[in-house]
Write a protein that binds this ligand. Structure first.
Ligand code: ZN
Length: 451
């Protein structure tokens, strides 16, 4: 058994890991390198012996190189959870637009991917590579009648809708676990990831292996305070947000504030992002995957993601009209729009029209990478360039924590220590070297063999 990393070993993007067993391989994720990691998109490894591609989740840094995998002649099953299968076309469309593919090229890729995808339930052992027998539940993995077959199982990772860590059972019964991206614990919308029973070899992400997140339980109240302060002088509150995960977590918290009458219940909440509204609908379709807190609200006949005050803007003309209206009236409104780092997306028009109005407030709820407009604004600059125009920054800027979709060092440690049968080897992936070496030391202190 050998694991070869084609990306995402010492980086937090470009995830792509090949598990080689004799003369066959399976691929775990095939993601795009982004930002500072950017490099050639071509697949620089042989795909001849790869019998299947397994996806942990639909983020572009885990699925974005699929078109280039297809271009290389890959035509084997793409196996993922049902929710990931639903989000995949959306995420690929969005990602490919940025890569410069035109609509026809994108459609062709999507048609092909659709034919290749095999969507699975969580917690079900799947035989690989026997596509015609896929979906067979194997007596909870205890049926070993086909000794030369690999089995894989998807388990909830709590990162975004459909996200999973993948257990791969080898013919000798050893289990290899690929964590994908793990979510933080105690988020209300998705259940916390539970550790596997067995992981002889654990390949675990370490994005925040050296960091502790702010308390998630208090983030709603912190959001309330910022909204209250922002509304004192009227004006628009802009929240740039990623379409998947963060937008839904924000809507969830805003619904709670409205329910408690913590904020003005007549104030419109605008979701102006066609992609985010599509993703939000997927979250609603997969309610059975929600966490207990979210499910309890449904039982109480509440609608955490589709409440009355939430207005969804789909078409471009309505979007333009709304931007103009808010710029001229300054009426109190909360607008949630992509992109999360203010690099394109509908948030740009709002920023352009409203940044120079001192009544405007911008709430950053996510990490702003170096080189993005979001980071530039956070640095306190007095002027920014949008669409070639210099815009004075008079708006109030706020930074909110508690919305990370990643496990922090404590969550990661709990995940590892919760594995009933102690892993023989732990391999840290999906992290920058400095973070990895910190987390490796912490794991070694607990007696783990970290490679
Ligand atoms: Zn992710």
């Amino acid at each position: 058994m050998q694991v070869i990393h084609h990306g995402g070993k010492d980086t937090v993007t470009g995830s792509c890991h090949e598990l080689r067993l004799d003369d066959q391989s399976i691929l775990i994720d095939c993601g795009l390198f982004q930002g500072a990691d950017s490099r050639n998109l071509e697949i620089d490894f042989s795909t001849r012996n790869i019998v299947a591609l397994l996806l942990t989740h639909s983020h572009i840094d885990h699925v974005g190189r699929i078109p280039w995998l297809l271009a290389k002649g890959f035509e084997k099953p793409i196996i993922c959870t049902k929710a990931t299968a639903e989000l995949l076309p959306l995420m690929l469309t969005d990602g490919l637009k940025i890569q410069g593919l035109n609509n026809r090229q994108t459609e062709r890729v999507l048609r092909k991917v659709k034919r290749m995808v095999i969507a699975c339930e969580y917690n079900e052992w799947i035989a690989i590579p026997t596509p015609f027998k896929m979906g067979v539940q194997l007596n909870n993995g205890k049926d070993h009648s086909r000794p030369n077959t690999l089995y894989a199982r998807f388990q909830p990772a709590g990162h975004i809708l459909g996200s999973a860590y993948i257990e791969v059972k080898l013919p000798n019964q050893e289990v290899i676990v690929f964590s994908g991206d793990l979510g933080p614990s105690h988020t209300p919308l998705l259940p916390d990831p539970l550790p596997p029973e067995r992981a002889d070899y654990l390949f675990i992400e370490s994005t925040y292996g050296d960091r502790q997140h702010d308390d998630i339980a208090t983030r709603g109240q912190r959001l309330k305070k910022i909204i209250e302060r922002s509304l004192r002088d009227g004006g628009t509150i802009l929240i740039p947000a990623f379409s998947v995960g963060r937008t839904q977590e924000l809507l969830f918290d805003i619904e709670q504030l409205i329910y408690q009458h913590d904020i003005d219940i007549s104030m419109p909440i605008i979701l102006d992002s066609p992609m985010a509204s599509k993703v939000t609908r997927s979250y609603q379709r997969f309610k059975k995957l929600w966490g207990n807190e979210a499910k309890a609200k449904l039982e109480a006949h509440r609608h955490p993601l589709e409440f009355e005050q939430c207005i969804t803007v789909e078409d471009y003309r309505t979007h333009q009209r709304l931007v103009n209206r808010l710029a001229s009236t300054g009426e109190p409104t909360i607008v949630v729009a992509a992109s999360g780092m203010c690099q394109g997306g509908r948030i740009m028009a709002y920023l352009k029209a409203l940044l120079s109005d001192k009544r405007t407030d911008v709430i950053f709820a996510g990490y702003q990478a170096d080189g993005t407009l979001g980071a530039e604004l956070q640095s306190g600059t007095s002027e920014v360039e949008i669409d070639g125009e210099m815009i004075k920054v008079k708006a109030q800027l706020h930074t909110m924590s508690g919305y990370s979709a990643h496990a922090d060092k404590n969550d990661l440690m709990e995940f590892v220590c919760g594995i009933a049968n102690k892993p023989k080897e732990i391999h840290l992936i999906h992290g920058v070297p400095k973070t990895k070496s910190y987390f490796a030391k912490e794991l070694k202190k607990q007696g783990f063999d970290v490679r």
